[in-house]
Design a protein around this ligand. Structure first.
Ligand code: IMP
Ligand code: MG
Length: 188
């Protein structure tokens, strides 16, 4: 039986992380969010638009937890900034499907400043969807303080850097089923 450890050191420069939420805790919250999405869109066939790359685990779980027939599509953004800062947002890959008159649910791993969601709202609204909402697995306090509205949030986090469940540090850690938080200790 393989197990993921409670403490990890990864990335460049190397950083220490410690387990913060288990996969079971995440799954419980995601299932509840899926049911809320189901209630909101019952009888509809929405388009789920995953924001690559971080969305990949949450996207797979949330579409199954929502029990809705749906269209799956992906968009990719890039923000200028280093491994731990979010910066200005730029489009790398557009969606392929036509969202006119469709209910669109953007699915992202985490909302930090809300810049990505602001960009996506402006970018997708001009295509006249029937509705546009957002689901994010995690949310940090910054976006709450600045009044950014997100329709479906599974878990609120403190203002700390996290990895796992799709989220990376310098390209590493996305595969981890649990969520890890940056540890205050220096690596040595
Ligand atoms: P925002 O545009 O500031 O809301 O940031 C959203 C994006 O920044 C997310 O989709 C992530 O890709 C990335 N991000 C924000 N916080 C973290 C974190 O703690 N760990 C890993 N990536 C993060
Ligand atoms: Mg992202």
């Amino acid at each position: 039986m393989h197990e993921y450890s409670e403490h990890l050191v990864l990335g460049q420069p190397p950083r220490k992380f410690e387990r913060y939420l288990t996969s079971a805790e995440i799954q419980r919250a995601v299932k509840e969010t899926g049911l809320r999405i189901n209630e909101r869109f019952a009888g509809e066939e929405p388009v789920f638009v995953g924001v690559l790359t971080g969305c990949f685990m949450y996207m797979a779980d949330i579409v199954r937890a929502s029990y809705l027939s749906c269209t799956i599509d992906f968009i990719k953004l890039s923000s200028y900034g280093d491994g731990m800062e979010s910066g200005r947002v730029r489009l790398i890959k557009d969606i392929d499907c036509d969202i006119r008159d469709r209910h669109v649910i953007v699915v992202d791993d985490i909302v930090d400043t809300g810049n990505s969601w602001d960009f996506l709202k402006r970018f997708l609204m001009v295509r006249n969807p029937k509705s546009l909402s957002m689901a994010a697995c995690f949310r940090k306090p910054k976006s709450v303080q600045t009044g950014v509205e997100v329709d479906f949030i599974s878990i609120d986090l403190p203002d700390e850097f996290v990895i796992g469940y799709g989220l990376d540090y310098a390209g590493q850690g996305r595969h981890l089923p649990d969520l890890y938080i940056l540890s205050g200790e220096e690596t040595k």
